[in-house]
Design a protein around this ligand. Sequence first.
Ligand SMILES: O=C(O)CCC(=O)C(=O)O
Ligand SMILES: [Fe+2]
Length: 505
Amino acid sequence: MEDSLEDLLEQQDGDCGDDNQPLAPKAKFRSSRMNIQRSNVCSRAYFVVVMVFFHVYILNVIGLLLYVHYNNGPGELVSGNAAPSASVSDRGTALPHADPASSELHVEDYSHSFSLPRIEGIRVGHVQQVSLLPDRTHEMRTMSLKPLLFEIPGFLSEEECRVVVQLAQLKGLMESQTTTPSKEQEESNQPLLSLSTEEVFSLLDLNQDGLLQNQEIVSHSRSRDGTWLNPDNLRQILTGLEACPTGTMTLEDFRHVYDVSQRPGQQQSGKPRSHFKQRNKNTWLYQGPGSHHVLQTLRNRLISLTRLPSTLVELSEPLQVIRYENGDFSNAHHDSSPPQSETTCTHTRLAGNKSALTEVSCRYLTMLFYISPVEEGGETTFPVADNRTYEEQALVQDGVDLTDTKETCGRGNIRIKPTVGTALLWYNHLSDGRGWMGELDEYSLHGECPVRRGVKWMANSWVNVDPDHQQQARYQRLVAKRQRAKPGMEEHYQPLSHSDLHQDL
Ligand SMILES: O=C(O)CCC(=O)C(=O)O
Ligand SMILES: [Fe+2]
């Protein structure tokens, strides 16, 4: 009986085909037990279990691949060709276009996949090597963590700086000046800068066609920061414009609306007037295809360094070039605005139905370039960088106002000397914790100390992002659609918002 069982087991073992060696007689019984176990291993149930695990594993791998695909793919659709991390070629590249077929997708279907990379600061003083040019690396030093601020010496060569200055001079600069309003001015609601109605009209009329268009007025939303037109003026002018049957406003129409908006008691906002003060001359340089290769290079380096989607950068404001003369300065301010339900971003306004809301600048990050040597003064100050807490009231201590760079420049936490070719990069907003732009980083407060000797040239590159990512997606879809509707326009393509209002060089 035992023999026949053993025979049977040995036969099964043989079926497995892995051990047909003759066994020594003493080991025979033990070997039979082992054979029983082996025969279990080869059973159908075991085979089924292995196959189930195998299939589950394969399904997991496929699921993971699909997840990665759908998280990257649509992001690129909205964002265009993300530039390769910090290694972009120094030549200007063609403007990437959204894939027409994919852009038919519903906005909400892919809005979750937006993501804005951030450079790691590690700690103050940390230096990282970045490769922006094929033949050299740059050192990027962390200056503060609140805000996340970096300094990159030699970001531009001296020759590139000269080109940018010359392009700005060729284009021509516009005066930008605000003065401290006196108490009486505040009370009587006089404009911050006494400009005649004709002068205000002319400043607003960017294309100088003798008519004001809606776009021209809304592009001045920066006046919310205290330049020569305050938000109440702006709202009243916009309302007046909307009432014009032609959709444009002549000087006569404007005179009526503007003069009324200047009368005491007409200011609707109860908010205190901004104390932002500045004096400089500035202009805007388009950086898209067809522009000077140095301007394109600059933008490509920004994309490369920040790893931001290139379309996002390409749809942002043009390069602002500023000239500060002796005594010129800008008081401490934020370049961007806090996300609020009663405001909307200027740059995405064309895609929105939020025309009743106040338009504000939405700038995820600032890149500031020093493009000339400065003999003395002109430092960039970050008065509260890396402070333990931020409180607006604490900015004024013992009668000393830290936002008043004219008086208190030396007291700021960080003061950066302008060195030709150096770039500063900082994030104006925190992350929302989901990879998109969140709250305004209050610590990004900064200003410019008065130029004491010589002239200072600098440039600002702002990357515009709408905190409402669906609105940003709608805007980018609209631009892509407009591009498709104008085949052959690629060579001369300009972003819809700001560049439409500034002549191309
Ligand atoms: O010139 C500087 O150092 C700062 C300028 C600035 O903050 C600005 O233009 O927004
Ligand atoms: Fe600024």
